[in-house]
Ligand binder design. Sequence first.
Ligand code: PNW
Length: 488
Amino acid sequence: MSHRLDFPRGFRWGAATAAAQIEGAGREDGKGDSIWDALCRRPGAIADGSDIEVACDHYHRMPEDVALMRELGIGTYRFSVSWARVMPDGRAVNPAGLDFYSRLIDRLAEAGIRPWLTLYHWDLPERLQQAGGWVNRDTASLFADYAGAVYDRLGGRVPTWTTLNEPWCSSMLSYAAGEHAPGHADPVEAVAAVHHLLLAHGKAVEVLREKAARAGESPEIGLTLNFTVAHPADPSSEADRDAARRIDGLRNRLFTDPVFRGEYPEDVLQDMRSGAGADLARFVRPGDLELIGAPIDVLGVNFYNGEMVAGAAEASSSPAPDPLVRHDRFGFPHRSANIGSEWVRSVPRGLPRTDMGWEVEPDDLRQLLVRLHRDYTGPAGIPLVVTENGAAYADQPDAAGFVDDAAPDDSRTAYIRDHLAAVHRAIQEGADVDGYLVWSLLDNFEWALGYTKRFGIVHVDYETQERTPKASALWYRDVIAANAVTTE
Ligand code: PNW
């Protein structure tokens, strides 16, 4: 029997992308290099040796992409602005860079699509990285200047603003794990980056609020975090429960506590300090936490997967001094992102996985949303919006062996459907969830994995740049039109 799950009236349906992953036009109209342009030039850094000079060529095909969204009934489009396009050296405004986003917003308005603007989706101007990047506290102030410059040009036409996308990734994967740009593997740099990113968020919120107030506007302002749900492998084992507490702390509470409570979680600071000598508190100055904890209007939730974790096996319970430093074939260091808890093991749950190797367990999303509402956003009276959720699956050939129009992609449709059902359950359980944006509109540059993973509901042929909606896109169009999901 099939069930129709109706979503609340006014529920926001949409799709998300990010500048570095789709735009291309790496050097056009005065754009400066970002740290991802630079990382792409480093041999071995990107799995398929690719770069982002062209990507999905969205910079030139934007009108076509907006028309496609309109056909799919997309109501909200979350995109990011490239700081290095707007400020090639991270400081001085390049009006031609802002022109592109101004045109995009005009097109969206014509198509009846609400823009949702993310200021930082990982593409720091390379010039600022040369001055230390997020390890340098000055970057937070420069980010506030950048936010102000974007508001000066686009404010009033953009109802929703996200300061940062996933600061966990731009600190831990970028400065501790060595995976994302700038590709460093130093836990002390990573904790500095955590604090300076959050400070940048706080300073940007302050600037945006000031500018909006002066213009008599009241946009929604928030940030987007990525979350995991950490389950102890054996709930009766103290070591496994401690492992789950540590991962929840590093991935979730390290960001939600300062933003919603104005304080860092002491247990997490202690884990990082004693386990890796990385003392985050050393970077905190008076007044910082007041800024970081200032009220926001919406929390963006990016969710892909949860995990089951276990403590160290007996023999290795006192970890070696530098536990997980690996060097890739080019000699670059990689390290665990779990600062001070490097020895925590991820234990497979025997669930199906996407092409990212990420386990599929939609109920983790229900648990996450209910918990965030209970512990953080409910008391603050603000809504949650799922700002990213989706899955990478390779193209499935049709019966004749061809990958062509509306290629069947049942796995992606099932992933989105089941996660939407989980969102629906969370709402029934009282979580205030106001929207869902699928990741991603288009197949695109999946960071260190290059073009090898396809997250799009729309297929991109990288030879011809032809866009073809996959079956999941057509299915999603019907969901949006019905404001409902039908499950088996
Ligand atoms: C997010 N992890 O990245 C980003 O916001 C997107 O730009 C990206 O394409 C998408 O998810 C898919 O990866 C993440 O290792 C990257 O846990 C890595 C992780 C989480 C999110």
